[in-house]
Design a binder for this molecule. Structure first.
Ligand code: UDP
Ligand code: MG
Length: 325
């Protein structure tokens, strides 16, 4: 295998319906670039026939295909990291397996790198997703823009190119829950963006449920910002101060005005205050839990994933099927 210049990393989770179409478009697009390349597919614990299809593809194009099979589903971002840890090229492109990112656009990203960028983010000029996904993305993009120092127009677009040094840094980061476009951005010297096309999913359904999307955005916000934690403590301080003032007023009122009003007013205020503070405490507890949960995961230092098998060609051109299972 000639040493690849370009490594393409594709996470795959239950994509059997779309993989044949992906192979049929990705390889010609890469061949057309006329540079040595490799494609690393990471099967993220698919329960359908994706692994078998990837194996067939490896057999068909062993010179440029490498396959990593996870034993279980660890999520798109860890799948991409597994690819990052194995890349041999100097430029790395990530791509979704569902053909929402047209492989023909890879050339555009590489052209931006020729001009000196070490991080090229794709921006989906026209986005082919449901209305609620587009609206939620817009809101999350704005929130991230305000909470972190990361400047990205379209954080959800995974069609991106990275220099090898960035990818090595991402792979060396021992975080458990992460968001690769943001993490890579923090390592970039010359980030830039280019407009890329976007298509509807070729086949199958989105692998992100509402729950998974919410989790991912928690990873993004808590992974790159402590503002939520700070906001909470600010809010807590303001509320405590307001509570103190309220009680002062109630006590003064008590001293000045006597009779039934006194008891009634005190009770009523205390109830409101108690409910408010309990709500606050619960909210704060939940938020602190987000951070503590991550610290807990981090300090355990478990391997972030374990691999069931890898399919790749040996350095000395022999086809090899390595397996530990
Ligand atoms: N994916 C993955 N593991 C997961 C979820 C998704 O490897 O747990 C892959 C999926 O196969 C696809 C990419 O990540 O290649 C993006 O997923 P999807 O297209 O479902 O997300 P959406 O486009 O709806 O944001
Ligand atoms: Mg998709």
């Amino acid at each position: 295998m000639t040493r690849p210049i370009l490594s393409v990393v594709v996470p795959v989770y239950n994509e059997e319906a779309g993989l044949p179409a992906l192979f049929a478009r990705l390889y010609p697009a890469l061949d057309a670039l006329a540079i040595p390349y490799e494609v690393i597919f990471v099967n993220d614990g698919s329960r359908d026939r994706s692994a078998a299809l990837l194996k067939d593809q490896f057999v068909a194009r062993p010179d440029v295909t490498r396959v990593v099979l996870f034993n279980a589903n660890y999520g798109q971002h860890l799948a991409v990291i597994a690819g990052f840890e194995r890349v041999r090229g100097q430029r790395i492109v990530t791509l979704d397996a569902d053909l929402q990112n047209p492989p023909e656009e890879i050339g555009k990203l590489l052209a931006a790198m020729d001009e000196g960028a070490d991080y090229v983010g794709g921006v989906r000029s026209v986005r082919e997703d449901s209305w609620w996904r587009r609206t939620a993305s817009r809101l999350m993009n704005r929130l991230r823009e305000n909470l972190t120092k990361i400047k990205m127009t379209d954080q959800g677009c995974m069609l991106r190119a990275y220099s090898r040094s960035i990818v090595d840094a991402v792979a060396a980061s021992r975080e458990v829950s992460t968001f690769i476009p943001a993490l890579a951005y923090t390592y970039a010297n010359h980030p830039t963006e280019v407009d890329v096309a976007h298509a509807e999913r070729a086949a199958g359904e989105s692998k992100y449920s509402l729950y998974k999307l919410v989790r991912l955005n928690f990873d993004l916000v808590t992974g790159f910002s402590v503002v939520p934690l700070q906001l909470f403590s600010m809010f807590g301080m303001i509320v405590s101060a307001a509570a103190l003032v309220t009680y002062l007023i109630v006590i003064i009122e008590r001293l000045i005005i006597s009779g039934w009003r006194e008891g009634f007013a005190t009770l009523w205020d205390r109830d409101i205050l108690a409910f408010f503070l309990i709500g606050m405490l619960l909210f704060g507890l939940g938020l602190i839990g987000e951070y503590v949960g991550r610290i807990y995961q981090q300090v355990r230092g478990r391997p972030r994933y374990t691999i069931a098998a890898t399919l790749e060609r040996d350095a000395d051109t022999h086809v090899k099927v390595a397996s530990r299972v």
